[in-house]
Design a protein around this ligand. Sequence first.
Ligand SMILES: [Fe+2]
Ligand SMILES: [Fe+2]
Length: 194
Amino acid sequence: MLRLRAHTDRSWLDKVLPHLDQLLVEQAHLEKKAASGALTFLFRYPEADAMQRPLSELVREELEHFEATLGFLAARGLRFGRQKPGPYAARLLEIVRDDEPARMLDQMLCHAVIEARSCERMKLLAEGLRDVDEIELADFYHGLVISEARHHGLWVQLAKTVFAADEVEARLDQVLEHEAVVLARATELPRLHN
Ligand SMILES: [Fe+2]
Ligand SMILES: [Fe+2]
């Protein structure tokens, strides 16, 4: 799915499903981070005019997801707050090169791959939630799956407005290879991004 090199094992689902409270808090953090990541691009690269409107729309959509997740937390009597994140994203970003414009390309492709992995895992989660009769939450995650797949495509497509398509594809292959290595080092933390 979405060219991911490694697939999430069903054992991941069994590990996280008993910790729905933690997953929902993480989900709120992830949505806020996704919004912040897109907003950072708007500020850092104002000269990339083709990206301005799509990224602005992305910021708003991710914040809508954040607010919707806060709604689920509140409905379940859970509080949003600080949480120890899994190491996944930080490890993935180790591939980002220091100098521009390589840094820009690498960060866009890391965003794309994070969206793809979120999409893959949220699909598993939606199926698992349906099996335990958490229908409303399953529907919510199912809606997010569709958005994340679109966001994956958006980051790749935007990268191609700045960089040559073959350069984007070649680097995406490397980021995907790196992501598979990161995934193999996953921790036992009950997280979408562990
Ligand atoms: Fe989102
Ligand atoms: Fe997203």
